[in-house]
Design a protein. Structure first.
Length: 202
């Protein structure tokens, strides 16, 4: 079952139309429609509202387990809180994720993960504006192809980086690759993390 179908299930379980559901979580009707159609990913605030209403974040994200949190005080113990990145790129509230889901689905421990919210459309269609991102912060260097949060001169950007056979790198932005650069171009740029999840595994 896809995540858009689960958003629709949440709405119908509450007996709400799209307009009323959008009001409930603090977004526009068009935004909620786009969640059900999987055209865009919800921001952190939407997930927090749904969690407050008793919906299981594990079920919302993966479809595993029950829709509702049963015995909330017990289930909280199996969750880990991922702190948000303290950058101009996207400071949001911390978000809780199921530890078992993080380990089994992403293969990572919450100890080396953080969250951020994408701002902009540079990586469409792979990552939508407003999408919640889970970042692997365990490495301080680019060692493989992937989407990275780069921080330089008080600015933060998301870029797909591809390592070439000759050791140079290319940056992906707005559906095209840049020219090749030496790896040393990353010297002085802080690595905020590699994106491992943005509504789907990356």
């Amino acid at each position: 079952m896809q995540i858009g179908i689960r958003f629709k299930q949440i709405r119908t379980s509450l007996g709400l139309n799209q307009e009323k559901m959008a009001e409930k979580v603090g977004v526009t009707k068009n935004s909620w429609q786009s969640y059900e159609l999987e055209a865009t990913a919800p921001g952190t605030n939407v997930y927090l509202k749904l969690i407050e209403d008793g919906f299981s974040v594990d079920w919302i994200l993966s479809g595993k387990g029950d829709m509702y949190v049963a015995g909330r005080a017990v289930e909280i113990g199996t969750y880990t809180t991922l702190q948000s990145q303290q950058t101009p790129f996207g400071k949001e509230n911390a978000v809780m994720f199921n530890e078992i889901w993080l380990e089994n689905y992403l293969g990572l421990s919450g100890k080396h993960l953080s969250v951020a919210t994408n701002r902009g459309d540079d990586l469409l269609p792979e990552i939508n504006d407003g999408a919640i991102l889970i970042l692997d912060t365990s490495r301080d260097k680019v060692t493989c192809d992937g989407i990275y949060l780069l921080e330089y001169n008080n600015a933060s950007v998301l870029r797909r980086i591809e390592i070439q056979f000759d050791g140079t790198i290319k940056f992906w932005k707005s559906q095209k690759f840049s020219e090749s650069f030496p790896m040393s171009v990353l010297d002085g740029i802080k690595l905020g993390g590699r994106v491992v999840w943005a509504g789907k595994k990356i």
